[in-house]
Design a protein around this ligand. Structure first.
Ligand code: PFF
Length: 445
């Protein structure tokens, strides 16, 4: 069955929630705070925000537009748009590489989501209640050194993802996100409030918002840009695949602004919930992937009702991860369906491949790190670059104008300009910068 042709989201609002469901996930709550910590705070946050604004938002509009216009999975959408514009079939490769990137991302994403699941049960068992900070810190280390434990939780999360995708995306997800996303937002607000009262809020804010560019390396700039793609789910066709179900001819611009604002707001709130606790408990901001798993249980351990709130919070994080992980598998499944496969076997085949990769990244930390670095910092920006070039240089301007529903005007002009020039040049500059080319040139002259 070709779902894309007949099914659309219930309304523009459901699309917003589903796309936000894809965008908001571990990237916001787990990854953003810890990479901010590792890369020195303020200046990193500023580069990240600039990338969201000048590159992420324009590319997201382009991806949704391509998905809605092509009304199919990323490969077939790219192929048919390119054919109509008299372009080459090679553009289909953009969709194909995106699908592979999605599976590769899933290979470490579901491992981290597995950790979050473990924390649901750990919190519910009351083992953090009143526990000293060192003990909470040690628990995370123990989890990482137990391959068996990680294997179980990773497998459970993979199975959950596959079950939702197998049931069809529009049916389950549209409903679930309507309730869960607002709940997650409320929880984060509560945690920020808790941090403001009990943590060192001032030190946290200084760390996140004081900009000291001398502490920003070329690699940090690449990570900030890569994260802008990762957090908005761009460059791998996930948002394009969702765009295929975008209803009617509503304008895409406003929708994207809403999604990006929610996504960025949630990431900043996660940082504001964690860093004050880091400074109040003498933890290191640059401690890496364990940041969320150490700071938040410390907060919950001192809170009245912490057992309940802690388990509920980690459950919400796991669900946010689920609404993202399904969009990592969906593009590939939609493509296999179009090639005549049935949905259930396609899901379990692709989900199985991702699961096996996840087992490898549990056993070999280097595989985990390489998958994370390669997908977020290299594959997604290149995917985004090609999509930007395709929409703004290869498709006729008139088609783009019609398909975005933006009716010309200054907003359209600004977007088109950002997509044509700023996004591609920005991505290239960041790549060159991260290779150290500019400092090498600086040393020469
Ligand atoms: N945006 C998700 C997050 O921030 O957790 C991760 C993600 C989902 C990336 C889907 C890419 C993607 F296609």
């Amino acid at each position: 069955m070709n779902q894309a042709a007949s099914i659309t989201w219930k309304s523009r609002w459901t699309f917003i929630l589903a796309a936000t469901g894809s965008a908001v996930g571990l990237g916001n709550i787990w990854k953003f705070p810890y990479i901010t910590g590792e890369n020195g705070g303020g200046a990193f946050v500023l580069v990240y925000l600039a990338c969201i604004l000048c590159i992420g938002i324009p590319v997201m509009i382009a991806e949704i537009m391509a998905g809605r216009a092509g009304r199919s999975n990323p490969i077939h959408s790219m192929l048919s748009l390119s054919r109509d514009a008299g372009g080459s079939r090679a553009w289909g490769v953009v969709g194909a590489v995106g699908m592979v990137a999605g599976l590769m991302t899933m290979m470490f994403y579901s491992v981290v989501a597995g950790w979050a699941l473990e924390y649901v049960f750990q919190s519910a068992s009351g083992s953090y209640s009143g526990a000293p900070a060192e003990e909470i810190e040690a628990h995370f280390g123990n989890l990482l050194s137990s391959d068996g434990q990680q294997f179980i939780w990773h497998s459970l999360f993979s199975l959950l993802t596959a079950s939702v995708v197998a049931a069809g995306v529009t049916r389950g997800i549209g409903k679930a996100v309507e309730i869960l996303m607002p709940l997650l937002l409320i929880f984060l607000l509560l945690l920020v409030g808790y941090s403001a009262i009990n943590g060192n809020f001032k030190a946290g804010l200084h760390f996140m918002f004081d900009t000291d560019f001398s502490r920003l390396s070329g690699n940090a700039v690449l990570i900030a840009m890569g994260h802008a793609f990762f957090t908005l789910s761009l460059g791998m066709g996930a948002i394009m695949a969702y765009g295929a179900y975008f209803p009617g001819h509503a304008s895409i611009g406003k929708t994207v602004l809403t999604i990006a604002a929610l996504d960025t707001g949630i990431a900043l709130m996660a940082g504001m919930a964690m860093f004050p606790l880091v400074f109040a408990n003498d933890l290191t901001p640059g401690q890496g992937p364990g940041l969320m798993f150490v700071t938040l249980p410390i907060a919950f351990s001192n809170m009245s009702g912490g057992v309940f709130f802690g388990s509920l919070f980690f459950a919400l994080v796991s669900i946010a991860a689920l609404s993202s992980s399904i969009s990592l598998i969906e593009p590939g499944v939609a493509w296999m369906e179009k090639r005549g496969w049935r949905r259930v076997p396609s899901t379990f085949l692709l989900g199985g491949i991702a699961w096996a990769g996840g087992v490898a990244s549990i056993h070999y930390g280097a595989v985990f790190d390489a998958l994370d670095y390669l997908t977020a910092n290299i594959m997604l920006p290149i995917g985004g670059l090609l999509i930007a070039l395709f929409v703004s240089w290869r498709l006729p301007r008139k088609v783009v104008l019609d398909e975005t529903g933006m009716k010309g005007g200054p907003a359209f002009a600004a977007w088109y300009w950002l997509l044509r020039y700023i996004a591609p040049i920005g991505i290239l500059i960041v790549f060159l910068h991260s290779l150290g080319l500019f400092s090498a040139l600086g040393a020469l002259f």
